[in-house]
Design a protein around this ligand. Structure first.
Ligand code: NAG
Length: 773
């Protein structure tokens, strides 16, 4: 039996032990986004313990909130619950308003032995300083104190508009998920959440004047399975936000210095509205909330005044809910077929004296009539519009800001016309696109390819603009469209860690960007994801492979790397790598047919397997030249892509295919010595909707001197039909065997067939792995 003293004795031992267990970790100021200036100081460090207090200026509610956020962050990562107070004390983290800091979102973070000072000219600036402090503290969990080396950090953002778009129409996210999303945006210094609230597949915002928008428009009877397969899941789908809920989100975001930019996409992408109020469509309906993906041809009737008043009424309620200076009115992808045959729309064209010209049809100008009218309305309420880059067609409304999504070109044109621009090109920052080349092992996505590195290397300010024009690029944004993202966990997976790369594009100085350094910092940020329970993509911790063809030795050189701890093991015989396999030390040389696999093995588990099948034929890893370069955006590693032994998969954007538009593909191989050959094989990747067709004519010629070629084989195929399927097409050209040192393969350019939406325009041909057999 224990006596009272005995118990006390045991207790104090326990306290002593827990004291000793309390580890001290060092803060690391190399965070994401990388601050502008970090100047170390030789003074002694500051120790953050449970005795540290957080001080905020009295009677400043916003700053008090920020102080409480900081206390919460510190508690999550250290277990220390700090006191928050407006009474000054020694050994404190002081949050200070300092008007001498010029950038409204800038901050200074000063650490000395006596305390920490986070200053900004606004609470927003202080908030970003708090984020930097938070991310400097290792988030590896467990109770701990933190040693903060003396430092002075001065920082401010590169762009004032740092956005992320969430599409809540195609798939709805409950209020709590949106709040969680706002939290993760705050961690990345994002200051705009663009909410895509309406689309063909669902209307998600309560509008008091038009209750049927949510009664009917927020529900679809079922959803197509996969990529418009024609099969449906038979499950009703619904969801919308009440005005109260949206106001709550506005407040929640505002406390984190994030403005919600609402979008009502008009006059296209409106089928859910038309299902609710069919009288606002050209034909009068009936319409249903769309159950498939794509762009519906049912749009708002531009000739019907009531329909336009309807849009204005909706915008009026939107403006009352959202204090944002910007109201997004969409404007993308508005098919004009209904307008072409609608008497009211045609009457409007006449009445407004709208004329077609060389550039655009009368209906295209009718769209800009609608946009201008909406702009006038929004401006009359003291706000400004943002529109997708299609609003350029037919002339920009006077104060419009343009979101350039189809490419950078719309943004360039807008800046040249002195309109503000937010760059959000689908080539780099569409987070609904695949993030890994191994698309077969990813959740189904819309297509595309935007790896972490690609997002990181996105440069929003094009060189072609003059210095004056460059000032119109006010920011950058990534978009998360959710056709193929049914759950919130998947939304996080598609967002993280690509958002970290975006944060550095949006915030950090261009000169400070460095992908390798980013990757190392990303590993630490990911500890914060884990601590906060965010789901994220883990590709960064898989094997990263760099492939290089070596024509000298006729081999493929595979260099492997990974982040974090662990060793890489690989096999070349098709077996799954284990600790008993080859340990990777130096680049691997592949000279024969190989099934290569590699993975990282860590104490915490194994990474996914990286896998590559390498096929050798007579032209593989031999010198190869292309007479004409592939098209912009699809040239990747150039000619060697065609004979590196690796065959592209179904996704044409991963770098394994070369794309050519409107030019012949002429590839000349140097086999180095006279070689007997009798067959050429190559594949094309056809996506008709993306203007990518199959090859129709291909020729094989040979030469002994590389100068004079003679044709030895050819293939000629009929034009593709609308009913032909998309996918990979393998072409084989057999011919009487010849001996040749040089082989030239020519694939002739094709135009889009008459049945195609882009009829007559030059088509793309995507080709990979030209094999000589
Ligand atoms: C575009 C559409 C969008 C769709 C997305 C998918 C814009 C501005 N419009 O075609 O509705 O969800 O691509 O990536 O992006």
């Amino acid at each position: 039996r224990l006596t009272k003293t005995g118990m006390l004795f045991l207790c104090s031992i326990a306290t002593l032990l827990s004291c000793q267990e309390r580890q001290v970790v060092k803060a690391d100021y190399q965070v994401i986004p990388m601050p502008r200036e970090i100047v170390a100081d030789n003074q002694s460090a500051f120790k953050l313990t449970s005795a540290t207090t957080i001080h905020f200026p009295a009677d400043n509610a916003q700053m008090e909130k920020v102080a409480n956020f900081l206390a919460g962050y510190i508690e999550t990562s250290t277990g220390n619950k700090l006191k928050v107070s407006s009474t000054e004390s020694a050994q404190a983290i002081s949050l200070v308003i300092d008007e001498s800091i010029s950038n409204k979102e800038g901050y200074e973070l000063t650490v000395s032995a006596d305390g920490v000072r986070i200053a900004g000219s606004t609470p927003a600036g202080v908030f970003y300083g708090v984020q930097t402090l938070r991310k400097s503290i290792p988030a590896t969990g467990g109770k701990k104190d933190v040693e903060l080396a003396a430092v002075k950090i001065s920082d401010y953002p590169r762009f004032s508009y740092r956005g992320m778009m969430l599409d809540v129409s195609r798939h709805f996210q409950p209020v709590d998920s949106v709040k969680n999303y706002i939290d993760l945006l705050a961690l990345h210094n994002v200051n705009r959440l663009h909410m895509h609230l309406t689309d063909d597949q669902g209307w998600r915002i309560e509008i008091k004047k038009y209750p049927k928008l949510t009664e009917i428009g927020s529900k679809r009877k079922e959803t197509v399975i996969g990529r418009n397969t024609g099969e449906y899941d038979g499950k009703p789908y619904e969801g919308y936000y009440t005005q109260e809920q949206l106001k709550e989100l506005v407040k929640y975001a505002g406390e984190r210095f994030i403005t919600i930019v609402p979008e009502i996409d008009l006059p296209g992408h409106q089928q859910a509205a038309l299902a609710s109020y069919p009288e606002f469509g050209c034909s009068g309906g009936p319409y249903e909330v769309w159950t498939q993906w794509g762009v519906s041809e049912n749009v708002i009737c531009a000739g019907n005044d009531q329909a336009l008043t309807f849009l204005e009424d909706v915008l009026a309620e939107v403006i009352d809910i959202f204090p944002s200076e910007y109201i997004h009115i969409g404007g993308d992808e508005c098919p004009k077929v209904r307008w072409e045959s609608c008497p009211k729309c045609q009457a409007r064209i006449k009445a407004e004296n709208i004329k077609a010209d060389k550039l655009h049809s009368a209906e295209a100008y009718l769209q800009s009539y609608v946009i201008s009218r909406m702009e006038k309305f929004v401006e009359s309420k003291g706000r400004h519009i943002i529109g997708w880059d299609e609003i350029l067609e037919g002339g920009l409304a006077p104060n419009a800001t343009v979101m350039s999504w189809r490419s950078m070109d719309g943004g360039i044109q807008s800046a040249q016309q002195h309109h503000d621009v937010i760059m959000t090109p689908s080539s780099h920052v569409y987070f609904d696109h695949y993030q890994s080349t191994d698309t077969d092992n990813e959740p189904l996505a819309i297509g595309g390819f935007s790896s972490l590195e690609k997002v990181y290397n996105f440069e929003p300010v094009p060189d072609v603009l003059t210095e004056e024009e460059q000032k119109y690029i006010i920011g950058a944004q990534a978009n998360l469209w959710t056709e193929y993202i049914p759950t919130y966990a998947q939304a996080q997976y598609m967002t993280l860690p690509r958002l970290a790369a975006l944060a550095e594009v949006q915030w950090s100085a261009k000169e400070k960007k460095d992908y390798q350094s980013f990757l190392n910092r990303c590993v630490k940020l990911i500890d914060h994801y884990i601590l906060n329970g965010y789901n994220f993509a883990k590709h960064l911790f898989d094997v990263n492979a760099e492939l290089k063809t070596d024509t000298e030795s006729g081999s493929l050189i595979i260099s492997l790397s990974t982040l974090g701890d662990g060793e890489i093991y690989y096999t070349t015989d098709g077996s799954v790598p284990s600790v008993k396999s080859n340990k990777y030390e130096t680049p691997v040389q592949i000279k024969t047919d190989t099934h290569f696999q590699a993975r990282v093995i860590r104490s915490s588990g194994e990474s996914r397997v990286y896998e590559e099948k390498i096929y050798f034929s007579k032209g593989t890893m031999k010198p190869i030249v292309l007479t004409e370069e592939p098209s912009k955006g699809y040239s990747f590693n150039g000619a060697p892509v065609l004979n590196d032994g690796i065959k592209g998969n179904g996704n044409y954007k991963t770098g394994r295919w070369l794309g050519f538009q409107g030019k012949d593909i002429v590839a000349t191989f140097d086999l180095k010595e006279a070689t007997e050959i009798s067959k050429i094989r190559f594949a094309t990747n056809v996506v008709k909707g993306d203007w990518i067709m199959d090859a129709r004519q291909a020729y094989v010629s040979v030469s002994d001197d590389g100068k004079t070629f003679r044709e030895v084989g050819k293939e000629e195929l009929p034009e593709m039909q609308m009913a032909d399927k998309d996918g990979l097409f393998v072409h084989e050209i057999d011919f009487t065997s010849v001996k040749a040192k040089y082989v030239q393969v020519t694939i002739k350019k094709v135009n889009l067939p008459s049945w195609h939406g882009g009829a007559g325009n030059p088509a793309f041909i995507f080709v990979d792995e030209i094999e000589i057999l």
